[in-house]
Design a protein around this ligand. Sequence first.
Ligand code: NAD
Length: 487
Amino acid sequence: MITTKVETFNNYINGEWQESVSKKTFFSVNPANTEDVVGEFQASNEQDVKTAIEAAKNAFPSWSQTAPSKRAAILNQAASILEQNVAALAEELTREEGKHVEDAKNEVIRSAQTLRYYAVEGQSFTGETFPNDDANMKVSTEREALGVVSVITPWNFPLSIPARKIAPALITGNTVVFKPSSDTPLIAFRLVEALAKAGIPKGVINFVTGKASDVGDLLVTHPAVRAVTFTGSTAAGEDIHSKASFTTRTQMELGGKNPLIVMDDADLDLAATLTVNGAYSLTGQACTGTSRVIVLKEVKEEFTQKLVQKTSALKIGNGFEAGVKIGPLANERQLKNVLKYIEFGKEDGADLVYGGEQILTGEFEKGYYVEPAIFTNVKPNSRIAKEEIFGPVVAVIEVDTYEEAIAVANDVEYGLSASIVTNNLKIANQFTKDIQAGTVKVNRTTTGNLMNAPFGGLKKSSTSTFRESGRVGLEFFTQLKTVYMGF
Ligand code: NAD
């Protein structure tokens, strides 16, 4: 073990940094070198969660009445703190999650921009006025905050996903209890620290780390919790959704099995580049990552050759090294899961034409490294074609027609993101109608979404109730009243 002193980080409850009443802790480790301990965090229990929810409940009346411009000023100040510390925060994010430090920098900047975006949008988010026949009456809708919101987030975008939930929650006057992934609590801590330094009143944001099995249920079922915004696996989302009462709103952004269709008229260099960028960025651990390539049989051989060639050029390594494109998987569960699915692919008769081995030599020995894998001749009904893997594994599925491509693309439980590569405008337009996905792209990667556009999935990729991101991202955090005002 590396013996440098490991810093201990506390929960943030009612404006105070405090230890868990459990007196237990856990460690966050570097997935590129598991001997490097990033920090020690509170293994909270239900008593901590209860105190945090009560603090948020008590802070709500005052915060919801605070002038929107003051709420916005706090978000802007927190954004400035993130921006002033981009390099240091990116380093911590890379150490904790494994993504490349340039991607980590972009995530810090994007998170600051998200705080600023909602500081502006939230101040002009309002109801409507409805014309009516009574000259002495005005009919309008008013938007008001809900109350206490639980924010539960994953490790893959450990700063930007919390930012895109917490910023709209706070600007609209809600108070928050935030539980990050136990794989990335440090960068989540930094977001809360920035809000605390920016002067957020006590109880408005509360931060509790710990296992889902210890704290998850109460974050969902406590009667004071009016809404749960969650991003993570579909299994956890279904569990949370089934436990929430009907007066608790839920917003679930879940798993995906995102297809890229390559038509016979496609620019195959572009198709291979889009596949590489969509499938392997973040080491395949993006919810919108390309997991299936559905390719017309006329171009399958040439496309596969190009894909293998581009994949073999990717540098694997530590996220601090220049030029690295594939880093470690984020944790041991991820490593085991990815290796398990590579075995499923082989057992189901697909051809592993590239990679797929765990890397255990040299510097890779202490990290969770796997070579990117490409399977061809994948049967549409096999597990690697149907189930989310969440790693750098591409399943190439051959089809005869556009109609068959759509049928295969839609024949999964998920519907998060999808793309097509074609120069045929008619097919491209038809694709936007036929595909079952919340994010639909043409000649672009399945990954990536704008901060100012709605984001979310269909089918088991989302509850499809409220979208995240953009102006509509504010809707989840407000309720409507219709006011009939007679003069
Ligand atoms: P996960 O579901 O294991 O955990 C996500 C968070 O939920 C963590 O904080 C975890 O502690 C908590 N949690 C888990 N089970 C819970 C329960 N029963 N009750 C309350 N809280 C619970 O997911 P992960 O491994 O952190 O992230 C990977 C998953 O996230 C993938 O499935 C990926 O597709 C998905 N994801 C989706 C999006 C999206 O926007 N759709 C974005 C990123 C990641």
